[in-house]
Design a protein around this ligand. Structure first.
Ligand SMILES: O=C(O)CCC(=O)C(=O)O
Length: 191
């Protein structure tokens, strides 16, 4: 469990910056989000902010990382802030290990708002946790949808997975922005 006050503070920053850079519920991404200048502007604006640093340093999150993986973790290994309007193409199935070179990196996917299934949370294939990384094509991995599991998530929840875990986002079918961050951490001893 992550301290809710840290999540709410980060959420206020991401919501305000999304609004400022023009990411609104009625203005979906028509390309890959990372090809949209608003997405890049959001990253630049948010990661200067201390509220995001406070979330990366969350004692609750680091305690969970220690419990799941053992040892201490270093933040800032390729973080992404997401404000996903309805009707944007959801993130396709992939493994972070196809894109992240550093061994042992883990991802904490954190909804910044209560994230029921209709808001498009992340889905994972639990059977792939700890497994090998498969070759990806340009659009990710072809993966059977039935293998992906998602749950309603609430502020304070976190989904933690490793470089081998196949994951994808569900479509955002709500009328609202889905606000989340993916924070990446490396094991302290791999520095
Ligand atoms: O939030 C998303 O849409 C995708 C997140 C993701 O792919 C990740 O956390 O690695």
């Amino acid at each position: 469990m992550i301290e809710r006050k840290l999540v709410r503070a980060a959420c206020a920053v991401v919501r305000a910056e999304a609004d400022r850079v023009g990411i609104h519920a009625r203005a979906p991404f028509v390309t890959e989000p990372s090809d949209d200048p608003r997405f890049l502007a959001l990253q630049a604006a948010c990661f200067r902010r201390s509220e995001l640093d406070d979330l990366r340093a969350s004692p609750g999150l680091h305690a969970l990382l220690r419990e799941v993986f053992g040892g201490d973790f270093v933040a800032g290994q390729g973080d992404v802030v997401r404000a996903v309007p309805p009707s944007s193409a959801p993130t396709r199935p992939h493994q972070d290990g196809a894109y992240v070179q550093r061994a042992g990196v883990v991802t904490a996917w954190i909804p910044l708002v209560d994230c029921a299934l209709e808001l498009g949370p992340l889905a994972v294939d639990p059977a792939t946790f700890g497994g090998p990384v498969f070759p990806h094509h340009e659009a990710g991995l072809l993966w059977e949808e039935e293998r992906l599991v998602a749950r309603d998530m609430a502020v304070g929840d976190v989904l933690i997975f490793d470089l081998g875990t196949v994951h994808a986002a569900l479509p955002n079918r709500s009328g609202k922005l889905r606000l989340s961050v993916d924070l990446r951490f490396a094991p302290e001893q791999s520095r």
